[in-house]
Design a protein around this ligand. Structure first.
Ligand code: SF4
Length: 346
């Protein structure tokens, strides 16, 4: 774990020497321009945003111009950037600032966060860049950096993990005089070095003490969203054995195991009655679990010994020698079931 005090200093030094300095929304303290860039950059890469930002500013040079424009014109300027709720919120926010704040942006993060479309992290970025407020940002990129540097386990979207990350982000802040370079450094590091795919650790200011790097866990931090458990299902498969022959039936072409051979599935009495068979012995075999993409199946095999059938049975029925059945066109878990029966018969 790096010293908390040195985190900010390292990041600021790196930002000054290797960070980004020529983006069109840098070098200004105009909250309108910073706000616009922050909203456009949500879920969108810098290279995509650049032409949109220039066109937007040319048509709507200040918050008053944006508030006065018809929403259709605003959406037109947004077309292609995606996540159109951002454009609608941008317009609503501009109108609120004009109507309620005399056209001036509130000058602190808490008040900014009350406006439409401005979350806690975006409000902090505007307040840090424009008003020098010691406010912490915590967007997806920053969460990734913090989870990796400090080895924070758990899905960052989970409430408890997110709360911990906010506390950590606030504890790392430098003095107000350096908050701009620090905030920009966090953004630059997440966008250029500590990227989602393969981070460029050798060039990173935290290379020596980053937990993810030290433990080679860059791919597993931050942790992915936990998947809900798969639904459980179970099915009885009736293994009808006449001498050394096992009954398999061909499944209909569609659905689970479509077109493959499987033992009859369902109520044993119904299956026997449909074929005019009487079981001389019935025995449960150990169940077998199989995981499908959308559910887990417990296969419950029931071995039934019967006298050799007098008729061909149901359409699609095939009495195969037990020794050959596993090699017929059967699904994997059924092959395991058949092998289980075969070895019990040896
Ligand atoms: S050392 Fe690698 S994983 Fe750690 S913060 Fe830097 S770029 Fe990210």
């Amino acid at each position: 774990m790096p010293q908390e005090q040195s985190f900010a200093q390292r990041l600021i030094a790196w930002q000054r020497s290797a960070g980004r300095h020529d983006l069109p929304w840098q070098g200004t303290r105009d909250p309108y321009r910073v706000w616009l860039s922050e909203i456009m950059l949500q879920q969108t890469q810098v290279a995509t945003v650049l032409p949109y930002y220039a066109r937007f500013l040319a048509s709507f040079p200040d918050v008053g111009a944006l508030a006065a424009a018809p929403i259709e014109q605003v959406i037109e300027h947004w077309a292609g950037l995606g996540y159109y709720a951002r454009a609608r919120n941008l317009h609503r926010c501009a109108q609120r600032i004009v109507a309620e704040c005399g056209g001036r942006f509130p000058e602190n993060a808490a008040a900014l966060a009350e406006l439409p479309g401005i979350g806690r992290s975006t409000a902090a970025a505007i307040a840090a860049f424009c008003f020098g407020e010691r406010a912490a940002i915590l967007d997806g990129n920053v969460k990734r950096v913090l989870c990796r540097v400090f080895g924070i386990a758990g899905f960052p979207g989970a409430t408890a993990v997110e709360r911990r990350l906010w506390t950590l982000a606030e504890s790392l802040l430098p003095d107000a005089t350096e908050i701009g370079a620090y905030t920009q450094g966090l953004m630059d590091l997440g966008a250029t070095l500590c990227t989602r795919g393969l981070p460029n650790c050798p060039a990173c200011p935290f290379a020596e003490n980053c937990v993810a790097r030290r433990e080679n866990r860059q791919r597993s931090l931050p942790e992915a969203k936990p998947r809900p458990p798969l639904p459980e299902r179970e099915a009885v498969f009736v293994l009808l054995l006449a001498g050394d022959r096992l009954l398999l039936e061909r499944r209909p072409p569609h659905g689970l195991w479509g077109g493959l051979l499987v033992p009859p599935q369902g109520d044993p009495a119904t299956i026997l009655a449909a074929r005019g068979l009487i079981a001389s012995e019935q025995r449960e075999l150990p169940p077998l679990k199989h995981v499908f993409t959308h559910f887990r199946l417990t296969l419950k095999p029931l071995l039934c010994r019967v006298a050799p059938p007098l008729s061909a049975g149901e359409p699609g029925d095939a009495w195969l020698p037990l020794a050959e059945a596993a090699a017929a066109g059967v699904p994997t878990p059924i092959r395991k079931l058949i092998r289980q029966v075969a070895s019990a018969e040896d």
